[in-house]
Design a protein around this ligand. Structure first.
Ligand code: CMC
Length: 443
């Protein structure tokens, strides 16, 4: 990355800037225009119903900002992702996950003392209650790790009653630390349970990423030494997934929390949303596609299919709804992916050699170039996690682990808003008109 920060237009607010809307009955109203720091300006329609009796209609929130947020900014056209103003490439190259967690939660990079104190908090809370294990035992032995995560993360609220009062700032703080600290433990327990291994306790002498790898891959029968290359790659993976502004799971966490639900329940709701294949499942789909293609000589056949409008097949791990330029996360993870393959001596394994070749051919192809379809973060994360030894069923759980601090930061920001109210979307009712109840015998 060059030393120059990318240039992004900066807006300044002008209280006089307004848009004029003319209603079908001729009524004219003025809508205040709100300026963001970066990104598109926003029409404030919050008084529209009161003023006109009309709702706005925007399924999927394609044109709707649901909140003010100071956490993350994405400029898809320019391929930029900022956390609290810092480019993701700089954070991924230089920061630890715990440092990024602090940044997301508190809005600034920690100084040395703050980092040590926060790191201690996050380390201190890594263990779960012994009784907590029994939740896992209740699941079928081959349960999907995300099924375990959704249930057990929510179950934390049954253990930490004293931190459930969301109106108490100290309780919110301790719940935040607990969630960031315990998520790797729970995620690793979900993995161990799904493969029939004994749970491995956290080791507080290891950093966040190394401790997680230790809990996933060590067994009581032999010593496991965490590879620094794999730990670095996991640290990056977690940073790159830490937040992505108002996506489906973050919005779910905010909406759940807006009813004053406890934070553990809200993070469980985030896990549930992320589990969906359209959100957390793309890296698994990318890896499955590589296995389906199988050998390099079949790449042209699959590229032809990806370009054929009558064929629903798409090249998984390519393209992005928001990034119409190179996904900045993908560039960073590509590097880690290659480091991991080299460290594990897997560069020449057929599946990985196939991935490298597919990436090369697709990047040179006119169809993909014209449509700005670049490999996305899921392309590289699928390959990297598979090389590290994670089964595909763990991919969304690992995504959820990284994203947890983003969810809790979004929750914290939402709770801290002075005018915070319960989220209550409107609808356009398209059902039956009013009608009379008909007794059963007369239907
Ligand atoms: N393979 C082949 N053609 C594609 C692909 C692809 N992966 N993605 C887009 N296109 C084509 C599409 O057919 C269209 O062509 P045309 O202009 O001729 O009609 C053009 O590119 C624009 O596509 P689009 O459907 O308007 O783009 P979109 O923003 O709606 O779709 C996407 C974004 C991610 C759903 C899509 O690129 C896709 O399905 N990719 C594969 C799945 C995938 O990797 N998803 C993970 C995304 S990252 C998730 C995250 O960040 O959480």
């Amino acid at each position: 990355m060059s030393n120059e920060l990318p240039s992004i237009p900066v807006h300044t607010s002008s209280p006089d800037e307004k848009a004029t809307l003319t209603m079908p009955n001729g009524q004219t109203i003025e809508l205040p225009v709100l300026a963001p720091t970066h990104g598109p300006k926003v029409l404030n329609v919050s008084a529209l119903y009161k003023q006109t009796g009309y709702f706005t209609y925007d399924p999927g929130f394609l044109s709707t900002a649901s909140c003010d947020s100071q956490i993350t900014f994405i400029d898809g056209e320019r391929g930029i992702l900022l956390h609290r103003g810092y480019p993701i490439e700089e954070l991924a190259a230089q920061a630890s996950y715990v440092e990024v967690a602090y940044l997301l939660l508190y809005g600034k990079l920690p100084n040395q003392t703050e980092l040590v104190e926060f790191g201690n908090q996050v380390t201190y809370h890594t263990m779960v209650h012994e009784q907590f294990k029994q939740f896992f035992q209740g699941y079928r032995r081959d349960a999907h790790p995300m099924a375990l995560m959704v249930g057990t993360v929510g179950a934390l609220s049954a253990f930490y009653h004293e931190s459930l009062d969301i109106n108490d700032a100290a309780a919110r703080e301790i719940a935040t630390h607990r969630i960031v600290a315990k998520m790797p433990t729970i995620c690793a327990m979900a993995y161990k349970y799904s493969i029939g291994h004994p749970f491995v306790y956290p080791r507080n002498d290891l950093d966040y990423a190394s401790n997680f790898l230790h809990m996933c891959f060590s067994v009581p029968a032999e010593e496991y030494k965490v590879s620094p290359t794999l730990a670095k790659a996991m640290n990056r993976f977690l940073i790159l997934h830490a937040d992505h502004e108002q996506n489906a799971s973050a919005a779910t966490v905010r909406i759940s929390g807006s009813s004053q639900a406890n934070p553990y329940a809200c993070i469980a709701a985030g896990c549930a949303s992320l589990w969906g294949p359209a959100h957390g499942g793309a890296n698994e789909a990318a890896l499955r596609m590589l296995f389906e293609i199988g050998t390099k000589d079949r790449i042209p056949e699959y590229l032809k299919r990806a370009k054929d409008k009558d064929d629903p097949f798409r090249l998984m791990g390519f393209g992005h709804r928001v990034y119409k330029n190179y996904d900045p996360r993908a560039r960073v993870l590509r590097e880690s992916c290659h480091e991991v393959l080299e460290e594990l001596g897997k560069n020449n394994e057929p599946i990985f050699a196939l991935a490298v070749e597919l990436e090369r051919i697709a990047l040179e192809d006119d169809y993909f170039q014209q449509r700005k379809l670049f490999p996305n973060v899921d392309f590289y994360s699928g390959i990297m996690l598979h090389a590290m030894g994670f089964p595909t069923s763990m991919f969304p759980a690992l995504f959820a682990l990284g994203r947890t601090v983003g969810w809790i930061s979004q929750w914290k920001e939402m709770i801290g808003e002075p005018n915070q109210r319960i989220a209550r979307p409107r609808q356009r009712y398209t059902g039956e008109q009013i009608r009379r109840y008909v007794p059963t015998n007369d239907r």
